[in-house]
Design a protein around this ligand. Structure first.
Ligand SMILES: Cc1ncc(COP(=O)(O)O)c(C=O)c1O
Length: 369
């Protein structure tokens, strides 16, 4: 892989470890996402990947005014950055319901929606909405095989949707259909699984319409499956990772053509032995929820990670002698979403130079609300 595009003209000024975000590449990925779904109105990018207000503003500039979020902080960041339709893909319970209503009231021009899959949670939303004289829009969270959250499409889910449609203070928002379990490298196999997974949700959609219940939207998929769901009429697609792209999806989902837009810059800070390089890229700078490799170093494809501690990553390589202490090394994170969340700021690259920093605002659990 050519790494010329990664190299910074002003790398000597950039502290390590840093997460670099290449603004032109982000925009190109957003354009490719829009092309894959056919129009900006069908795209609801997930902001959890980047947690960055300037990327939300960039997508709004391309006509993509919707977004998906995983936390109330991300939703607040998105609303402040100009998104006008903000969906939180999380059933809210406890004090988070009141936080959500406060956020909605602070941004009356933004259409907010969130999820429900449980009658008791619905009662909690309804009670809080009535008490606050607010209306909460709720999509039903359908479990189509991920088994992380949601309710299986079918008669019980239809009854829950009926309850959503009639609960005081609640407006039905449609169906949420996330199939994060599908990562088949073969496109045809993935498409078959996505179609099979979606089928009961599609049948439920038809039944709800037959019953005369409003279904304003159906929100489907993440990066691996959204080009498949995009072939269905009248659905929105909610990929996240492809905005920045990462080494994991590049390896696992080879049919998708996105550009790596996020790169880690690290330096050799020690050479403990003739075949070892110690980098300042500990697991406080790159996500470590996955087994190694957690970073792919295009300049050192054969290097083997042997020690990973909080601020150190030790690589074993017979080429250690080629990289004196102080050398800059660029790496592609295996999983970008949790990596972004480790960085307070990212370094923004334009025309081969770091020109500014963006605050990773929504890495905080709570902003104002
Ligand atoms: C509910 C939901 N929707 C969409 C996405 C985006 O998926 P991806 O990261 O594959 O683009 C995620 C990712 O975790 C998710 O949890």
């Amino acid at each position: 892989m050519s790494t010329d595009w990664m190299r910074l003209a002003n790398e000597a000024e950039v502290p390590s470890p840093s997460l670099l975000v290449y603004a032109d590449r982000v925009e190109e990925n957003l354009r490719r996402m829009i092309a894959l779904v056919g129009s900006p109105a069908r795209l609801r990018p997930h902001v959890k990947t980047h947690k960055l207000a300037p990327i939300v503003t960039m997508q709004v500039g391309l006509g993509v005014t919707k977004c998906k979020c995983a936390t109330i902080a991300e939703a607040e960041m998105a609303a402040r950055a100009g998104a006008t339709d903000v969906m939180l893909a999380m059933q809210l319970v406890g004090p988070n319901v009141a936080r959500w209503i406060a956020l909605m009231k602070a941004f009356p021009d933004v259409a907010f929606s969130t999820l429900v899959d449980d009658l008791a949670a619905l009662a909690g939303y309804s009670h809080a909405a009535v008490a606050a004289e607010a209306t909460i829009e709720l999509l039903i969270d359908l479990d189509v095989g991920f088994q992380r959250s949601g309710i299986a499409p079918g008669p019980v889910a239809i009854e829950l949707y009926r309850a959503i449609a009639t609960a005081p203070g609640i407006r039905p928002g449609g169906l949420h259909v996330y199939d994060g379990q599908l990562q088949q490298p073969d496109r045809a196999e993935r498409a078959k699984a996505a179609d099979a997974g979606f089928a009961p949700a599609g049948a439920m959609h038809a039944e709800l319409l037959r019953l005369g219940l409003p279904v304003p939207r159906v929100v489907c998929g993440g990066t691996p499956t959204f080009p498949i769901h995009a072939l269905r009429p009248n659905v929105e697609c909610s990929p996240g990772t492809c905005v920045l792209w990462d080494a994991g999806y590049r390896t696992k989902i080879p049919d998708l053509d996105f550009q790596n837009a996020a790169v880690l810059l690290t330096r050799v800070i020690s050479r403990p032995g003739t075949n070892r390089l110690c980098l300042d890229l500990g697991h406080k700078a790159v996500a470590s929820e996955m087994p190694h490799p957690r970073v792919i170093f295009p300049a050192l494809p054969e290097a083997k990670p042997v020690v990973h501690s909080e601020e150190h990553l030790v690589l074993e390589t017979p080429r250690a002698g080629e990289f004196p202490v102080g050398s800059v090394i660029y790496g592609l994170p295996w999983h970008i979403c949790p990596t972004t969340a480790l960085h307070d700021k990212v370094q923004v690259v334009r025309n081969g130079r770091v020109t500014e920093q963006w605050q990773v605002a929504a890495r905080a659990r709570q902003l104002t609300f």
